[in-house]
Design a protein around this ligand. Sequence first.
Ligand code: ADP
Ligand code: MG
Length: 246
Amino acid sequence: MLKKDPIIKIEHVYKYFGSFLALEDICLDVYEQEKIVIIGPSGSGKSTLLRTINQLETVSSGKIIVDGVEVTNPKVDMTKVRMRVGMVFQNFNLFPHKTVLENLTLAPIKLKKMKKEEAEEIAYSLLEKVGIKDKAHSYPGQLSGGQQQRVAIARALAMNPKIMLFDEPTSALDPEMIGEVLDVMKNLAKDGMTMVVVTHEMGFAKEVADRVVFMDHGKIIEIGTPEHFFKNPTHPRTKQFLNQIL
Ligand code: ADP
Ligand code: MG
């Protein structure tokens, strides 16, 4: 049987910030419905790699193809591609002066030309899915961190993306709120979403990841199943990292 084309194809990507090499020869294929967890020490290039997928960061060389579109081609209009790729950040990045409901309906109305009523209907069902329908008319500042992050996930889902990128979505949360956000992500994974997740939550990696990617100093050092990673990591640097955090 022919294997399906990957939905994300990263080919020999290099990224320089000035003379600093932040990504070195990154190659990674992500398949539809796959869950990839990226781990690695601070400064290893995890965020930079994630951001190149929707071109919040350009690459210095190499190629990235997302859902059949070569996003690293500067001539490509990224608006459409970004609609298919949702992103959730460590610090939520909600619009503080808009209600939760408005946070969710803004992009569908503006970019998808959706009718307000339809956008609101979708927004309510997503808020229900992440367990905060009762907060539709609150402002982000009135919510806990865990609630804000669930709004941020619902907002990304409102665009009906094919891929979701998460950059340390629980790192800014108080410990008691981490679980509720991970639960939403686990449900999303069960629904079959393609997900690339940067996280230090090894329990999540073990439970959800199809493959774990370990990065260090801008390079992918090791890729494998959670089973491989947590039982038999091969690279000494992976072992060292896991010993430090587990
Ligand atoms: P991680 O997410 O793994 O902590 P990052 O991708 O944020 O790592 O950063 C990788 C390296 O690139 C770090 O050394 C960081 O200081 C550097 N870097 C990231 N963004 C920029 C930028 N806009 N300008 C200069 N250096 C940057
Ligand atoms: Mg980061």
